[in-house]
Design a protein around this ligand. Structure first.
Ligand code: PBG
Length: 340
């Protein structure tokens, strides 16, 4: 029904053709726009990924991700403290070992590089922010897959989740408040929950990378973690054309004990974010991945887009689609300029 059909013409206006209803009234001033905002992303919604590279004496900028660094232990602590001062809601830590091997030993070693990172960051920032550990083997394996391989060279699901369970326990021992399995192995959340509970870590939460697509937007991340991946991840990550499969993955993760679920990547998958947000009761996170970051940085470097405005708009869009927690390489920088 049109407005006119419902309420009649605007008889008070001098021009009878003048619109009666004017949505622009609420967009007129910054105060009105702020007042009328339906959703607003704040610093607590943002999670900053940080990388610690074993054996580094100077921080190393990731070539395909200008402004993002592989840190030394020292600069990691500084970056964590700065992100917290800027108000981020959380930090997600990744470790890059000096040596990779077929079974990703560093991931389950109590003194592995990620466990070192977790202890250092906990010592630096305490519980003033939420500290998350990424559980996966791909940074640690010499073949670059997210699990161990069977005799045929396929990723062995059940053997891999045993290692994820051990990784979860050493990360929790090192102070992670949330662990985030990102390997897309079946049953991983349940196996991790069992192992955490048996080790006395009932209070450590699980953030499932539940709907994780086999995406080429992860390209620059391979650079970040010096991935040596042979082949691809299509045998375990989701096909980009699938929709309902995400609901299945998320339902399984929630049933297995996930406290939060994630959709990844973010911007090209906002329909999935909205779908999941409408269907589950746990918080929904989204990962604005490396390729999303690099595309904006590259276009901005050429002067083709307004970097700050595009970043803000992308964060607002991911939040609007239904993601409460947004993992983004811009978290620390942008947290300070968002409304608190
Ligand atoms: C797995 C992991 C990946 C990312 C986060 N965790 C790589 C992958 O699954 O291929 C990608 C993040 C990004 O692209 O920013 N350790």
């Amino acid at each position: 029904m049109t407005y006119e059909a419902a309420y009649g013409r605007n008889t008070a206006a001098t021009d009878p053709a003048a619109p009666y209803y004017r949505p622009r009234r609420l967009r007129r001033t910054p105060a009105l726009r702020r007042f009328a905002a339906e959703t607003r992303v704040g610093p607590a919604n943002l999670v900053q990924p940080l990388f610690l590279r074993e054996g580094l004496s100077e921080p190393r900028e990731i070539p395909s991700m200008p402004g993002v660094f592989q840190h030394t232990r020292d600069t990691l602590r500084k970056a964590a403290a700065e992100a917290v001062a800027n108000g981020v809601g959380g930090l997600i830590l990744f470790g890059i070992p000096e040596h990779k091997d077929p079974t990703g030993t560093g991931a389950v070693d109590p003194d592995g590089i990620l466990q070192v990172a977790l202890r250092d960051v906990v010592a630096e920032v305490g519980d003033s922010t939420v500290i998350i550990g990424d559980i996966n083997l791909d940074e640690y394996t010499d073949h670059g897959h997210t699990g161990v391989l069977d005799a045929n060279g396929d990723v062995d699901n059940d053997a891999s989740i045993e290692l994820y369970a051990r990784a979860a326990v050493v990360q929790a021992d090192a102070g992670a408040q949330i662990v985030a399995p990102s390997g897309m192995m079946d049953g991983q959340v349940r196996r991790i929950r069992e192992a955490l509970d048996r080790a006395g870590h009932q209070s450590v939460a699980i953030l499932g990378y539940s709907a994780k697509y086999a995406s080429h937007f992860y390209g620059p991340f391979r650079d970040a973690v010096e991935s040596t991946l042979r082949g691809d991840r299509k045998g375990y990550q989701q096909f980009p054309g699938n929709i309902r499969e995400s609901l299945l993955e998320v339902s399984l993760d929630v049933a297995e004990g996930a406290d939060l679920v994630m959709v990844k990547p973010a911007l090209a998958y906002l329909d999935i974010v909205r779908l999941i947000a409408d269907h589950v009761q746990v918080p929904v996170a989204a990962y604005q991945v490396s390729g999303e970051y690099s595309m904006v940085e590259a276009a901005a470097a050429k002067g083709w887009i307004d970097r700050d405005q595009v970043v803000r708009e992308s964060l607002a869009s991911i939040h609007r689609a239904g993601a409460t927690q947004i993992i983004t390489y811009w978290a620390s920088e942008f947290a300070q300029s968002l409304d608190r």
